[in-house]
Design a protein around this ligand. Structure first.
Ligand SMILES: CC(C)(COP(=O)(O)OP(=O)(O)OC[C@H]1O[C@@H](n2cnc3c(N)ncnc32)[C@H](O)[C@@H]1OP(=O)(O)O)[C@@H](O)C(=O)NCCC(=O)NCCS
Length: 162
């Protein structure tokens, strides 16, 4: 009753889509998405380590359900996006672009001046997303990722925060 009244008055606590710190209790939901989205998913212990070492870890939540996550490390004015991933049920709707923008805002608040990331050239969706957002290719790491046949290079992209 109170919640309905608050909603009617526009006083609802949270928007339907928001970002919040990622917690250990989220790891189950994170792994379910990770395993759906990557051929070489990160393990539970990698995510636990990311929480332990104090990276900037964020959950994207829609209608109280975790639909994406980002692992960001920030040190000495440089931010690295180590993982950004969305539940496949929510891709292709502009949410990834929004999530990336929020990640850049977080990096800026943490006093980063540039943001770096590695991406597989075969991940055309992500490459397009980053390039549209203003990332520029600054290098290529040979044989960086495991692949079906041998290894795949990584494109190194960077973004200058104003
Ligand atoms: C990469 C990812 C976060 C993008 O999120 P998304 O919500 O699907 O992307 P959006 O809908 O916001 O689209 C943003 C841009 O990405 C590109 N894009 C999205 N879907 C695409 C598709 N099916 N084909 C080609 N480009 C596509 C487009 O450039 C798009 O911009 P546009 O619509 O103006 O052309 C998401 O697909 C994902 O989680 N992928 C798996 C994990 C991953 O690969 N992460 C990156 C590792 S480096």
């Amino acid at each position: 009753m109170l919640a309905r009244l608050a909603a009617l008055l526009g006083l609802s606590k949270k928007p339907s889509l928001y970002i919040r710190p990622l917690k250990e209790h989220d790891i189950g939901a994170v792994l379910a998405i990770e395993e759906k989205m990557y051929h070489y998913p990160w393990s539970e212990s990698i995510f636990k380590d990311c929480l332990k070492v104090g990276y900037s870890n964020w959950a994207y939540v829609k209608n109280e359900q975790l639909i994406g996550y980002v692992i960001l490390s920030v040190a000495a004015a440089e931010a690295h996006i180590l993982n950004i991933c969305l539940d496949p049920a929510y891709t292709g709707k502009g949410i990834g672009r929004q999530f990336l923008q929020e990640t850049l805002t977080i990096a800026k608040k943490k006093k980063a001046e540039s943001v770096f990331l590695e991406v597989r050239p075969s991940n055309t969706v992500a490459v397009k997303l980053y390039k549209k957002a203003g990332f520029k290719q600054i290098g290529q790491r040979k044989n960086y990722y495991p692949a079906k046949e041998g290894r795949e290079d990584a494109l190194v992209l960077s973004y200058q925060l104003e």
